[in-house]
Design a protein around this ligand. Sequence first.
Ligand code: GDD
Ligand code: MN
Length: 386
Amino acid sequence: MNEAIRPGAENPPQALEHPVLEPGSGVPELSVVIPTFNERDNVAVLYRRLEATLSGISWEIIFVDDNSPDGTSEAVRRLAQQDSRVRCIRRIGRRGLSGACIEGILASSAPYAAVMDADLQHDETQLPNMLSLLRSGQAELVVGSRYIEGYRAEGFNKQRAGASALATEVAKQMLQVKVADPMSGFFMIRRDRFEQLAPKLSVHGFKILLDLVATARGELRTVEVPYTFGARQHGESKLDSMVALDFLGLVLAKLTNDAVSLRFLLFAMVGSIGLVVHLATLFVVLEIFKAPFAEAQASGAIVAMTSNFILNNFLTYRDQRLKGLAILRGLIAFYLVCSVGLFANVGVAFSVYDQEPIWWLAGAAGALMGVVWNYAMSGLFVWRKR
Ligand code: GDD
Ligand code: MN
């Protein structure tokens, strides 16, 4: 065992901060964290490549699998049975790239952690170089960048490259991020620095590196190394057009110091669409079907609540989308939540109007009360986290 890491009275805890770890000491110096979702056919290939590249380094690999239906975790377990440096954190009932990376890094005990895709798009031969940049103290974070000299985008289609470039520009301007490729999913970081930042990171979405850099506010010594973004081997990308929303949410949260959540804004936006739907239905039922006002108003409310539910299920809560029978149960819960919300709305509006008979102030206060209530209760009873 290495002298520097043997615990004992003469070795105070500070001595553990930058231990020199040698291969064979049994203690990893580098944890490679690999988030996986449906990557069964990639993990063994990646493992072999990493093993070849990292010879001479004391390493471990932590796969963080969100219970992939294709059996990725079994494929990892087979590797782990042959090599104890490999393990799998299997998360049940949860999804999310950022959260998976955070858990993986925090589960490691190595002083350095790398994050990379499982699909062989990231060039693992960069890892030793990245590690020496951290070891030497030149950097606290090393980013594998696709945008600086030496970059060739093999795995990128035109649209994707365009969208990614636009998002990168927005991030750089709005969050004052200096990194050339803050959207990269390939980086290595000192674990102690990561731990300081971890409590402030968002577990939702894809943009863990951007989140890290933005949260550190320039306090993270960063070096970028260019690499070739390869083509995905097996399986398909999990990024869809909705990542644009994730991205927006992250920028918003960072700009407002987490005061404004994208989910709430989306919920409120869907609520305003609901108002339009309500009025349109009211008009149609009154004017075309010539129904009495009470029935028309009730139909408007039901149609609006239903369309709000559908929109929220697809947009606001897309990461926890209800499916199958759960949709019906959710819809009924949503009706109940909104009905109580309506009482809250009217109650608040009345009491404000009592104090100050200004119709728009009372109306707005009531509406705000309603949306806050509906949002809070929907999160508890309709799209609750399992
Ligand atoms: N555990 C877990 N949970 N892993 C996930 C999830 C999830 O919900 N979604 C995706 N992954 C894993 C994939 O299995 C893969 O190993 C890695 O995360 C990246 O996902 P891909 O689906 O391969 O993303 P990509 O190649 O299209 O996107 C790349 O570029 C993005 C920037 O444009 C990646 O490098 C991203 O990390 C990067 O943000
Ligand atoms: Mn990929």
